[in-house]
Design a protein around this ligand. Structure first.
Ligand SMILES: [Zn+2]
Ligand SMILES: [Zn+2]
Length: 290
């Protein structure tokens, strides 16, 4: 895996800002507050916003403070800033990306879990800790039908991506699929929405139908580590191997907990001939941060 330093990240940010001026990327990639992504508010837009808020008062999906759904996408500035502060920084395992508690630890060594059983993916990274404000935002996006949050959450993914890779390090983005039954219940696959948004920002294609979930699995929440592995074993199949053969894939999901879901999806991609699979998630569940 190519892990660029700050200079490479800066170069990538310049490249992105030149190519995609609307991506909201300045010299150092930093996710923007939702309202700054929109057009500058005109008097008419402000008035319309005010009237809509009077008729349909909206509260922040994290702290219930009054907000404007149109302007702020339902998240107050305070909660957004707090979510950004949950970013994972410092030393982490180069394979699974678990952050080390001590800042003195070096990036160069694997964590105990990866030493015992090295994952097949070439590195997993996440934007932030699955906790507090960030977990509330992700849950609203996933379970409360807030699919309009996709571009905002994708800006977090872009920022994390540019911290560790360059756009030329990957060929294809593949979102972790939902089983058709669950997709029907929810109405959308949250990882696919993020995949589309991130693919647009990076100028890559998103292989939404490259993987299929062939087994309906139990929700991973509440299962032991061993049960999680068993639950998702052989759960995925690559339905379009020609699209992944010899390609460097970025596998995308919303949350990584033990890593068994992304490990199983990675296996299916590598079996289909992918040259390499890296994993990116919005959040990472880390013990002690729930
Ligand atoms: Zn709030
Ligand atoms: Zn590890």
């Amino acid at each position: 895996m190519h892990c660029p330093g700050r200079a490479d990240t800066w170069k990538a940010a310049v490249w992105i800002s030149a190519r995609f001026p609307h991506a909201g990327i300045s010299v150092i990639p930093r996710p923007l507050f939702p309202s700054t992504r929109d057009l500058p508010p005109t008097l008419i837009r402000r008035l319309a916003d005010g009237i809509l808020n009077l008729v349909f008062p909206e509260s922040c999906l994290v702290c219930a403070a009054p907000v404007s759904r149109q302007r702020d996408r339902g998240i107050c500035r305070d909660c957004w800033q707090k979510a950004l502060r949950l970013r994972i920084t410092g030393a982490l395992c180069p394979s699974c990306g678990i952050p080390y508690q001590s800042f003195e630890e070096e990036n160069a060594h694997l964590c105990g879990k990866c030493i015992l059983n090295l994952p097949l993916y070439s590195g997993a990274r996440a934007f932030g800790y699955y906790s507090a404000e960030l977990s509330r935002i992700v849950r609203a996006f996933k379970f409360d039908g807030r699919r309009d949050l996709a571009p905002l959450i994708a800006s977090l993914l872009l920022s994390a991506f540019l911290e560790f890779w360059l756009p030329q390090d990957i060929d294809l983005i593949v979102p972790v699929p939902l089983h058709s039954k669950r997709k029907k219940e929810r109405g959308y696959n949250q990882a696919a929405l993020l995949g589309r948004s991130l693919a647009r920002l990076l100028g890559k294609s998103c292989g939404e139908r490259v993987l299929a979930r062939v087994r309906s699995t139990l929700p991973q929440v509440g299962l032991s580590d061993a049960d999680r592995v068993r639950n998702v074993q052989a759960a995925f199949t690559c339905t379009r191997p020609a699209q992944v053969r010899a390609h460097r894939v970025l596998l995308l999901d919303d949350v990584m907990t033990t890593g068994s879901t992304v490990a199983s999806a990675t296996e299916a991609l590598l079996d289909a001939g992918a040259a390499r699979v890296c994993v990116l998630t919005v959040a990472r569940a880390v013990a002690g941060w729930e």
